[in-house]
Design a protein around this ligand. Structure first.
Ligand SMILES: C[S@@+](CC[C@H](N)C(=O)[O-])C[C@H]1O[C@@H](n2cnc3c(N)ncnc32)[C@H](O)[C@@H]1O
Length: 308
């Protein structure tokens, strides 16, 4: 026990000797906790040269420079490219992901159209006042949504931006897999050989409300998608985080998403004040804000962090 605990508190590198074999359960747990903490911390924006105006870590933090260098090997290495101008964001996504063409061209394909409903939307707090409040305030040119499902919140935001006369591109980052067992509640979403039609039903919903020019799916996992957006220099003026609600998912989504928030932009998310809150969203948001010296504001069930 004594030997295994040493490395975490010791500052001399030559004495670092963590052997997984000898770890007791509680020790392993503490190490895991610190690693995930450090992972997110090291990918936080204070290390991001593309975002020099990010707030610095406050002095009060308990993480020392010694632990920083110890955990350096876990650092997310992606470098954000220089920001792409807002008016080129849509074309950048089309070029990078869709061979330069819109995924809505010739949609829906013949083999899928009979499997879709003209419109099938279900959301959670997806029409809350927070969306209008933030869109009026930020007047975003680019919104990045992490967690879209059938598009309830994305479509709500598209309608808001249109009614305010804004030319806003909304990028919807979602693997469009839902979650294991989601079809218990959504039996009507078709499945073909194990492939659920979430992406296509979302796209059909966007077609139904005539928003295909303003909304694009980014059909990948939040982790890989957010890293690529950073590497491509695609930044959001407004970023909504509403994907995985456990601590680790929320923590990594927020950490990665904050790197691609345009300086002065706003990042926000659902489930700070709902039955799901103790799953980890609130803990992740609070910890992230604390480490980065940011203030968490509340708007209904949503948390809001304004980088301005
Ligand atoms: C609560 S739903 C989003 C609801 C939507 N924002 C609304 O208000 O209508 C969560 C979504 O996150 C997606 N998701 C969960 N974990 C993900 C991950 N690691 N990468 C990509 N998408 C993920 C799921 O596929 C699901 O569609």
């Amino acid at each position: 026990m004594k030997e295994e605990q040493q490395p975490l508190h010791h500052h001399h590198h030559h004495q670092r000797r963590v052997t997984t074999k000898k770890l007791t359960k509680p020790t392993a747990y503490v190490i895991l906790l610190l690693l995930s903490y450090a992972l997110g911390y090291l990918s936080a924006p204070s290390f991001n040269s593309a975002n020099p105006s990010s707030p610095r870590i406050p002095q009060a933090t308990t993480i020392t420079s010694a632990t920083k260098s110890e955990f350096d090997q876990f650092r997310v290495t992606a470098q954000c490219a220089d920001p792409v101008p807002s008016k080129l964001v849509r074309q950048t996504i089309l070029d990078r992901l869709f061979n330069g063409t819109s995924p809505f061209d010739d949609f829906p394909p013949a083999h899928v159209s009979s499997l879709l409903r003209p419109k099938r939307i279900k959301g959670w707090g997806s029409n809350g006042a927070v969306f209008e409040n933030l869109i009026r305030k930020v007047k975003p040119r680019t919104i990045i949504e992490v967690g879209t499902f059938l598009g309830a919140s994305a479509i709500h935001m598209a309608e808001l931006t249109r009614s305010l006369g804004l030319k806003t591109q909304i990028l919807c980052l979602d693997d469009f897999r839902g979650w294991p067992g989601f079809r218990d509640r959504f039996r009507d979403i078709a499945m073909v050989n194990g492939d659920v039609m979430l992406l296509y039903q979302f796209m059909q919903n966007v077609v139904h409300v005539n928003m295909t020019e303003w909304v694009l799916p980014v059909p990948f996992s939040s982790g890989s998608g957010l890293v690529k957006l950073c590497e491509w220099g695609v930044l959001g003026d407004l970023i909504e985080v509403d994907a995985g609600h456990d601590f680790h998912s929320a923590w990594s989504d927020i950490s990665r998403a904050y790197r691609i928030l345009r300086p002065g932009g706003v990042i926000f998310g659902h489930d700070y004040f709902t039955a799901a809150d103790n799953k980890g969203v609130r803990r992740a948001v609070d910890l992230f804000a604390k480490l980065n010296g940011l203030r968490v504001q509340l708007d209904g069930q949503h948390w809001v962090i304004d980088s301005a």
